[in-house]
Design a protein. Structure first.
Length: 224
C-alpha cells in the first residue's frame, strides 16, 4: 500500500526521500503540537511531584508543631502545679506568722489574766494541734517537692531546651524548703520554751516565785 501526497498541503505532510525497507513507515516527524503536549506533560509531572513533596513537608511540619505544642502543654501544666505549690507555701507561712502572733498575744494575756495557767494550757493545746496539722502538711509538701524534683529531672532529659527553667524551679523549691525547715525549727524551740515554762509554773508557790522573772523576761523580749 502506497502513501498519497497532495502538493497543495504544504507544511502538513512530509515525504521521506529515502528508501523504505519495510511495508510500515519507520521514520516520521513530530508536529509542534505533539512536542508541546509532551513538554506540558513533563511539566505537569514535575508539578505533581513538587506538590507531593510539599504535602509531605507540610505534614512533617505539622507533626513537629504538634509535638512542640504537646511539650508546651506539659510545661504549662508543671508551671500551674508550681504556682499552686507556691500559694500553699504562702498560706503555710501566713499560718506560721499567725501562730507567732498568737504567741505574742498569749504573753500579753498572761500578764493581765489572774487565771492565766488554765488559758495557757488551752492555748498550748491549740498550738500543739496546729503544729501537728502543720507537720502533716509539711510532710505532704516535702513528698510533693521530691516528686516534682524527680519529674523535673525526667523532663530535663526529654526537653533539653527547658533545662534552664527546670533548674530555676529546683532552686526555688530548695529555697522554699529551707525557709519551711527554718520556721519549723523556730516554732519548735518556742514551744519547748513555753512547755518548760508551764511545767515550772504549775504550782501556786512556783507561780508566785517565778512571776517577777517572767515579767522581766517579757520586758526583755519586748525590748529585743
Amino acid at each position: 500500500m502506497g502513501i498519497y501526497f497532495k502538493d497543495q498541503l504544504k507544511g502538513k505532510l512530509y515525504q521521506n526521500k529515502g528508501h523504505i525497507k519495510a511495508h510500515q513507515q519507520s521514520e516520521f516527524y513530530e508536529s509542534h503540537v505533539s512536542i508541546w503536549m509532551k513538554q506540558q506533560q513533563q511539566i505537569n509531572d514535575l508539578m505533581q511531584r513538587s506538590m507531593e513533596m510539599m504535602q509531605r513537608q507540610s505534614r512533617f511540619q505539622e507533626e513537629r508543631q504538634r509535638e512542640k505544642w504537646d511539650q508546651i502543654n506539659v510545661q504549662m501544666k508543671q508551671l500551674k502545679e508550681d504556682k499552686q505549690q507556691e500559694k500553699l507555701m504562702e498560706k503555710l507561712l501566713a499560718k506560721m506568722g499567725q501562730i507567732e502572733e498568737n504567741q505574742n498575744n498569749l504573753k500579753q494575756e498572761r500578764e493581765k489574766d489572774k487565771h492565766f495557767q488554765q488559758q495557757v494550757q488551752e492555748q498550748m493545746n491549740q498550738l500543739m494541734q496546729q503544729y501537728r496539722q502543720m507537720e502533716e502538711q509539711l510532710e505532704n509538701i516535702t513528698g510533693q517537692i521530691e516528686n516534682q524534683e524527680l519529674q523535673a529531672k525526667e523532663t530535663s532529659q526529654r526537653l533539653e531546651e527547658q533545662e534552664a527553667i527546670t533548674q530555676k524551679i529546683v532552686r526555688q523549691l530548695d529555697f522554699i524548703r529551707s525557709i519551711i525547715f527554718e520556721r519549723t525549727s523556730y516554732v519548735t524551740d518556742k514551744m519547748d520554751e513555753y512547755f518548760q515554762y508551764v511545767k515550772d509554773a504549775i504550782s501556786p508557790s512556783a507561780l508566785h516565785r517565778n512571776r517577777p522573772l517572767f515579767e522581766e523576761k517579757v520586758e526583755k523580749e519586748k525590748i529585743n
